[in-house]
Design a protein around this ligand. Structure first.
Ligand code: PLP
Length: 445
């Protein structure tokens, strides 16, 4: 009997500071052989590791869950300090030094126990360090397109700072889509696939976009050997041109305030030039992509934690994602789920979203319980608050969604916020906001 048992690694505590070189040498040896043969020696009462600090450290680095340990009574161990002064210590002296905050480098101590445990043989699998060898779980993809659709669902994360007192708040992070880092990857893919299946995808794509759909289309066009020409309103941040040019797309700035105002001209140009205009504003593949994927995966994610949402809040651009989410959740759960749409207040510009009266297709086929107006600075301040409380750099339309949530957050219940993208494309707007704050002025732009 070796007296060695497998112990939950969380029960073992380090009293000695493991030496990095020794740790790496243990790590290499275990990884190379796939086995561990030297058990750790631990003190029974405290579960402090008396011998093998480097082995425990190596096992933690290998994500092991268990460690083979030989447990001895404190008074059985002979502990000698060799540096700075040689001295013999009792286990209690050692614990006292530890709790007094002394650093106890492993190499300064020698520990002997009356009976050394024999050699053991545990594989990494025995120690719970085996990885699930499923390429999907391990996020291995066979193409960049697969990275998109096999990457779903996008994460749903609890915003802990806002979840208390009968309220739980979850955010769906669409920035985890790989191309535009936004909700728009889903529709670009779906519109292109539908056009390909109908044999209607030409060599060149034209699209009016406020950036995200353009980036997603340009990226997927590149993968499929197509070209994209994108029409962007003058009100959109300058860096969008750079992103699109990096992707090799052609960028045309149009003198409109809203993207949708350019659609008729883009349509006429596409017909004239014999190219494909997918038209996210009218193309049902937009709405259907969110019905089939976004809404359904959100429901499954919520079901996995036993939640039916009380409120789902999201921004309105084409109205594609929120209309689909409304249709899905109202059909399945009825009036229990309240749908809140977010639009910019009159005369305010928030990239990606616009006012319902500017014309949206699918919103008129579904039900919303409330539409909230948000000003640009409220959206920016929403983004700042989320960054400062939750560490997430969200985009301006996500900031607007967050602001709308704050307006209705007095009600208890489960809230879901759809965050369409991250903050990185909006440096200009953030910089401008900080400058205006510094000047104390309320100038436009
Ligand atoms: N937020 C951002 C940043 C967007 O780019 C968009 C759409 O362009 C939206 C919100 C609105 O999404 P939808 O078109 O599905 O209404």
């Amino acid at each position: 009997m070796s007296g060695v048992e497998l112990i939950d690694i969380r029960e073992l505590k380090q009293i000695f500071r493991p030496d990095l070189k020794k740790t790496l040498s243990a790590y290499r040896a275990i990884l190379r052989s796939g086995k561990l043969s030297t058990p750790i020696i631990a003190e029974r009462k405290s579960m402090f590791v008396l011998k093998g600090a480097e082995v425990l450290e190596a096992l933690k680095l290998l994500s092991a869950l268990k460690a083979p340990a030989y447990v001895v009574d404190g008074d059985e161990a002979r502990i000698r300090r060799i540096s700075p002064e040689p001295e013999v210590l009792e286990i209690n002296d050692l614990l006292r030094l530890h709790y007094a905050g002394h650093r106890l480098p492993q190499e300064d101590f020698e520990v002997e126990v009356p009976r050394e445990p024999g050699q053991v043989e545990y594989s990494l699998e025995d120690l719970g360090a085996s990885w699930k060898r499923d390429r999907r779980l391990l996020k291995v993809y066979e193409s960049t397109l697969e990275l998109l659709y096999e990457g779903w669902p996008t994460p749903l994360v609890k915003l802990s700072s806002y979840s208390s007192g009968g309220r739980a708040v979850y955010a769906k992070l669409e920035c985890f889509n790989p191309f535009s880092n936004s909700v728009k990857d889903r529709i670009a893919w779906s519109m292109i696939v539908e056009a390909m299946e109908a044999g209607a995808l030409k060599e060149v794509l034209y699209e009016a976009t406020s950036t995200n759909t353009g980036i997603a289309l340009a990226a997927i066009a590149n993968i499929l050997g197509r070209k994209a020409r994108l029409f962007i309103p003058r009100t959109i941040q300058k860096c969008s041109d750079t992103f699109l040019r990096v992707l090799g797309a052609e960028v045309v700035r149009v003198p409109t305030t809203l993207t949708v105002e350019a659609v008729n001209d883009v349509d006429a140009m596409a017909r004239r030039d014999g190219v494909t205009h997918l038209n996210q504003f009218e193309n049902d593949a937009n709405f259907k992509a969110h019905l089939k994927h976004t809404a359904r995966e959100l429901d499954e994610q919520l079901q996995s934690i036993g939640i039916i949402p009380d409120f789902i809040i999201g921004g309105l651009g084409t109205s594609g994602h929120m209309s689909a989410i409304s249709l899905y959740f109202k059909s399945k759960y009825g009036e229990k789920v309240k749908l809140v749409g977010v639009q910019p207040a009159p005369n305010e510009i928030i990239p990606g979203i616009r006012r319902i009266e500017s014309g949206m297709k699918w919103i008129h086929m579904v039900e919303f319980d409330e539409i909230v107006d948000v000003r640009r600075d409220e959206a920016i301040e929403g983004a700042l608050e989320v960054a400062r409380k939750e560490g997430l750099l969200i985009g301006l339309s996500a900031g607007a969604v967050f602001h709308a949530f704050k307006n209705i957050a007095a009600n208890p219940g489960n809230y879901v916020l759809i965050f369409p993208d991250s903050g990185y494309k909006y440096v200009e707007q953030f910089e401008n906001y900080f400058e205006r704050q510094a000047k104390g002025s309320h100038d436009e732009r």
